[in-house]
Design a protein around this ligand. Structure first.
Ligand SMILES: C[S@@+](CC[C@H](N)C(=O)[O-])C[C@H]1O[C@@H](n2cnc3c(N)ncnc32)[C@H](O)[C@@H]1O
Length: 213
């Protein structure tokens, strides 16, 4: 962690940080306004999340990450861009989904390049599994979107199969396949690594069914 990142974790936490607890969050209180809410899980160094929040000031962004240097990096970007629509938590996403994110509050959940854990014996550590998806789906508003991108081929296919088999979700891509990259998804650090290695990048885009569907 750089000195600036460590300093940011102390001096900027009060402005952008949200302490983990067991109490449910109230997004309107957190952001001091009502607006559409996007949740990003595992934002890494947060460069793309900060740029998205800056480009989209009418939308509230909540970022979850466990890697403290990355959080420090994002806090510095948030300060430089004078963001008022970004809040950050240093927390395991599963815990915050279980305890703090209210049902039906998210307009979009996005997970860009979740840790791939490519070795077969490590795949049980992958974030996107059945229990996690069940939990996350209930946090989406009806019609809310779930957007995942990955450069790990077998993970991409297992996520696609899992989401296609989730009755509450509808694949937004033709033929129930992978989606074209939405314009709002910016290049992330991990995606750059994927391009360098010649990996195919896949977007997976679903929406929660509306109440009448
Ligand atoms: C491969 S990196 C991708 C980072 C970034 N999205 C990018 O594309 O550059 C995956 C990130 O997810 C974070 N992560 C992994 N498990 C997590 C969890 N349970 N809760 C929150 N963040 C998590 C890691 O710390 C890491 O920064």
């Amino acid at each position: 962690m750089t000195h600036a990142q460590r300093r940011a974790l102390t001096t900027l936490w009060g402005r952008f940080g949200v302490d983990a607890s067991t109490a449910p969050l109230d997004p309107a209180t957190l952001f001091e306004r009502r607006a559409p809410l996007v949740l990003e899980i595992g934002f890494g160094d947060g460069e793309s999340l900060a740029a998205m929040a800056s480009a989209d000031p009418m939308v509230n962004y909540l970022g979850l990450e466990v890697h403290r240097p990355g959080i420090g990096h994002l806090l510095l970007r948030a300060e430089a861009l004078a963001l008022t629509n970004l809040r950050v938590m240093c927390v395991d996403a599963l815990e915050v989904l279980e305890r703090q994110i209210p049902d039906e509050c998210l307009d979009r959940a996005q997970i860009f390049f979740p840790d791939p854990w490519p070795k077969a014996r490590h795949q049980k550590r992958r974030l996107i599994q059945s229990y996690f998806v069940t939990l996350l789906v209930h946090k989406l508003k009806p019609g809310g979107q779930l957007h995942i991108a990955t450069d790990c081929e077998d993970y991409a296919h297992s996520i696609l199969n899992l989401l296609n088999a989730t009755p509450e979700l509808v694949n937004q891509a033709e033929g129930n396949g992978f989606a074209p990259r939405p314009v709002y998804r910016l290049l992330t650090r991990f995606e750059q690594r994927g391009w360098r290695l010649g990996h195919a990048i896949r977007d997976i885009l679903f929406a929660r069914r509306g109440r009448t569907e």
